[in-house]
Design a protein around this ligand. Structure first.
Ligand code: CA2
Length: 147
């Protein structure tokens, strides 16, 4: 890993992106999101690590890899947003900017709990409701910050 590596990390169930609830999350698959992020990172001269997991320990492992010397981290914690205290602690250990992304507008959803991400308090910034374009904006912003 070099200082020019951007991590894009995805939490539980996002492997079903584009398949379930397209009216909320859109029709792009996670593979489409990876391609969009990779194109953005490539154009700016950054390497990209793109991962998805349904297991908290695996997410923590990638955050530990990103802990020292990454350009930045983009994370959609998905439902880890609501009880993922070990992930919150791991994000606090990362020495580069960490941007939280939610595809849907979590403040405009059916349940109030969706807007109450515990991750936001340790994130550098947060994007919600920009669809999958939010990932691209976050990658672009990290490239801009770290160029
Ligand atoms: O809007 C987002 O990106 C979310 O982080 C998605 C999470 C949800 O728990 C958050 O409240 C908001 C995961 C939603 C469930 O997984 C699905 C993934 C793809 C398609 C349908 C559901």
């Amino acid at each position: 890993m070099t200082q020019k590596t951007i991590f894009v990390l995805n939490g539980p169930n996002l492997d079903h992106l584009g398949v379930r609830e397209p009216e909320i999350y859109g029709r792009e698959t996670l593979a489409d999101v990876e391609a969009m992020c990779r194109a953005e990172a490539d154009a700016a001269g950054f390497a990209l690590r793109f991962h998805q997991t349904n297991a908290e320990h695996e997410m923590i492992g990638w955050l530990h890899e990103a802990r020292v010397g990454a350009a930045g981290v983009v994370i959609n914690p998905a439902a880890f947003s609501y009880a993922g205290y070990p992930i919150l602690d791991a994000i606090k250990m990362v020495d580069s900017p960490v941007f939280e992304v939610h595809i849907s507008n979590t403040h405009r959803r059916e349940f109030e709990w969706r807007a109450n991400s515990i991750i936001t308090q340790v994130a550098t910034g947060m994007i919600t409701g920009f669809g999958v374009h939010g990932y691209v904006l976050a990658v672009r912003h990290i490239a801009h910050l770290r160029k």
